[in-house]
Design a protein around this ligand. Structure first.
Ligand SMILES: *[C@@H]1O[C@H](CO)[C@@H](O)[C@H](O)[C@H]1NC(C)=O
Ligand SMILES: *[C@@H]1O[C@H](CO)[C@@H](O)[C@H](O)[C@H]1NC(C)=O
Ligand SMILES: *[C@@H]1O[C@H](CO)[C@@H](O)[C@H](O)[C@H]1NC(C)=O
Ligand SMILES: *[C@@H]1O[C@H](CO)[C@@H](O)[C@H](O)[C@H]1NC(C)=O
Ligand SMILES: *[C@@H]1O[C@H](CO)[C@@H](O)[C@H](O)[C@H]1NC(C)=O
Ligand SMILES: *[C@@H]1O[C@H](CO)[C@@H](O)[C@H](O)[C@H]1NC(C)=O
Ligand SMILES: *[C@@H]1O[C@H](CO)[C@@H](O)[C@H](O)[C@H]1NC(C)=O
Ligand SMILES: *[C@@H]1O[C@H](CO)[C@@H](O)[C@H](O)[C@H]1NC(C)=O
Ligand SMILES: *[C@@H]1O[C@H](CO)[C@@H](O)[C@H](O)[C@H]1NC(C)=O
Ligand SMILES: *[C@@H]1O[C@H](CO)[C@@H](O)[C@H](O)[C@H]1NC(C)=O
Ligand SMILES: *[C@@H]1O[C@H](CO)[C@@H](O)[C@H](O)[C@H]1NC(C)=O
Ligand SMILES: *[C@@H]1O[C@H](CO)[C@@H](O)[C@H](O)[C@H]1NC(C)=O
Length: 435
């Protein structure tokens, strides 16, 4: 058994590491990483490396000039093409490299699938992995061109490329500054080989331009921060709900203490009834199929609470609803939370799958952005993963929602923690009160 202290220490180490992913000479920073493609760095605008140098293939054509056109890509160290609609001068995502390259693609209107294809053949069966990348729209805010929207797919290559799981980024927002966001998908392979793919959902000529960086496969762990500027000191948190801490198993705080509402009913005992939740500081020990005694996600809290919910059927929507006012139109924000499947591995119960939605003005207002977690896998240990959605509000009042995509009773048990809204820009409070 891993003790609580060990797990907390692991979390602290992982969190400490997020800022120094590129520091060489510290072997521990590779903990859990199977591969990480940063595209390297250099002083020429355009790298002469090819996809095979990074062990992947693409069906787009590489362009070694500053003239990336429809269907082409380049590895560039800044957005230099004189297209008035692009973020000219914007840099890659990788921290602490000068002249770091990124994968810049003009996806275009024709099918050049896939954008990215990486075959791995040394996975461990039954272990939870996370495939992720930082992705951004290259087009400036206000251009109103076609927004790129890509899908991460995991296929089992020794089983006729059977799709195991997939997730889409949703439309990548046009931002006032180029804003990188991390998109990831967790999966538990049933064989040792898989293809990790990035595929476009959109075929358009005007716009549909994106950049990708820091493509990673790692053993599931605490995901790194996903917001554009990555480090907490560089992007501002507008709210963070950790659910507090305490010594009694069930917190008697209510959603209104945290400024949100839910259509689930709160319990002060094991929430094993459909549509019920509890704020617990460990998973109750009296449910045979749960990760008994597993803890919340928040680092450095003692007896930290999490939102534990038996989702059940559709009538208890939404899981979570939060109204926020005085946002800035055109800025980019990221709404995120950590999720874990509470059911132990091997049950093959219904897996939770949650949709994050951002709507203008009210709960049934115009949809600004939406994105699903995909099936949250059953793991050997209760494993938290961060899921987020980026958006650029069209209204200064928005509602942030979590809705279940799964309406089944067996399984569908979920824990949520550290729900956050961040502004993806340096030195900006994120609030624009009417003057
Ligand atoms: C998962 O839990 C088992 C027992 O519950 C423990 O032996 C194992 O070390 C844990 N693995 C990790 C990665 O924490
Ligand atoms: C390596 O990483 C660990 C954990 O973050 C840190 O404590 C240590 O100082 C680092 N060592 C070097 C040489 O950077
Ligand atoms: C790559 O980045 C490192 C770290 O910033 C820097 O020392 C090095 O000079 C860079 N290489 C080139 C060719 O720019
Ligand atoms: C590519 O694969 C080879 C062989 O598996 C490995 O040695 C090399 O480090 C990989 N390169 C990258 C950039 O991942
Ligand atoms: C791009 O535009 C800048 C200024 O607008 C100009 O100085 C530069 O020559 C242009 N570059 C190309 C390749 O057209
Ligand atoms: C893509 O756009 C080009 C230029 O507008 C056009 O010639 C071509 O037929 C289009 N292809 C498709 C599949 O629509
Ligand atoms: C790449 O795209 C072309 C044109 O659509 C298609 O004929 C070809 O089969 C594709 N290649 C791969 C590897 O998918
Ligand atoms: C798995 O393969 C990757 C390259 O595809 C390599 O970098 C990594 O070290 C391998 N891992 C193990 C445990 O062999
Ligand atoms: C493999 O997949 C292809 C495309 O989905 C399908 O046409 C074919 O019948 C499959 N083959 C087997 C053996 O399942
Ligand atoms: C709830 O909202 C009030 C008023 O906006 C604010 O003072 C308080 O800090 C918020 N509480 C939490 C937990 O976000
Ligand atoms: C939950 O949703 C149902 C159906 O939409 C609605 O009738 C009910 O009033 C809601 N309950 C709460 C507590 O919001
Ligand atoms: C956007 O970028 C410009 C220059 O790169 C910088 O001066 C400005 O502060 C940034 N704006 C925000 C909101 O981050």
């Amino acid at each position: 058994m891993v003790s609580t202290t060990d797990m907390l220490e692991l979390l602290v180490v992982l969190l400490t590491m997020t800022g120094i992913v590129e520091s060489v000479g510290n072997a521990s920073h590779k903990l859990g990483t199977v591969f990480l493609i940063t595209f390297g760095n250099g002083s020429n605008l355009d790298s002469n490396k090819t996809p095979s140098d990074f062990n992947f293939t693409t069906n787009h054509s590489q362009q070694h000039t500053d003239s990336i056109e429809s269907g082409n890509f380049g590895f560039v160290n800044k957005i230099a093409k004189n297209r008035s609609s692009w973020h000219i001068g914007a840099l890659d995502h990788t921290k602490d490299d000068d002249g770091g390259y990124m994968f810049l693609v003009d996806v275009g209107n024709e099918s050049h699938q896939p954008l990215f294809n990486y075959k791995v053949d040394n996975l461990s069966r039954g272990v939870c992995y996370e495939f992720s990348a930082y992705i951004t729209n290259v087009v400036k805010s206000g251009a109103k061109q076609a927004k790129s929207n890509v899908r991460l797919e995991i296929r089992e290559t020794d089983k006729n490329d059977t799709l195991i799981t997939q997730t889409s980024t949703g439309d990548l927002p046009e931002c006032s500054n180029m804003s990188w966001s991390k998109y990831g998908i967790s999966f538990v392979p049933t064989s040792t080989s898989a293809a990790l793919l990035v595929v476009s959902n959109v075929y358009e000529t005007m716009g549909n331009d994106l950049a990708i960086d820091d493509i990673e496969l790692r053993v599931c762990s605490d995901s790194v921060d996903q917001c554009a500027e990555q480090d907490t000191q560089e992007s501002t948190s507008m709210f963070l709900i950790t659910f507090g801490e305490g010594s009694s198993t069930y917190s008697n705080k209510t959603p209104s203490d945290f400024n949100f509402t839910t259509n689930h009913t709160q319990n002060l005992s094991t929430p094993t009834e459909f549509g019920h939740f509890g704020l617990v500081n460990k998973v109750p020990g009296n449910v045979g199929t749960w990760h008994n005694d597993s803890l919340d996600h928040t680092v450095n809290d003692n007896g930290g609470y999490m939102f534990l919910v038996d989702v059940g059927e559709d009538i208890h929507q939404p899981l979570f609803s939060y109204k926020i006012i005085n946002l800035c139109i055109g800025l980019c924000y990221e709404f995120s939370a950590y999720f874990a499947n509470v059911v132990i591995a091997g049950r093959k119960y219904a897996k939770p799958d949650v949709r994050l939605e951002v709507r203008a003005t009210k709960e049934d207002g115009n949809l600004i952005a939406n994105r699903s977690t995909g099936d949250i896998p059953e793991c050997n240990n209760m494993t938290w993963s961060k899921h987020s959605i980026s958006f650029s509000p069209t209204s200064s009042l928005v509602v942030l929602l979590m809705l279940s995509n799964v309406n089944q009773q067996n399984g569908n048990d979920l824990a949520i923690d550290d729900i956050e809204l961040r502004v993806c820009s340096r030195n900006h409070s994120g609030f624009c009160p009417p003057s």
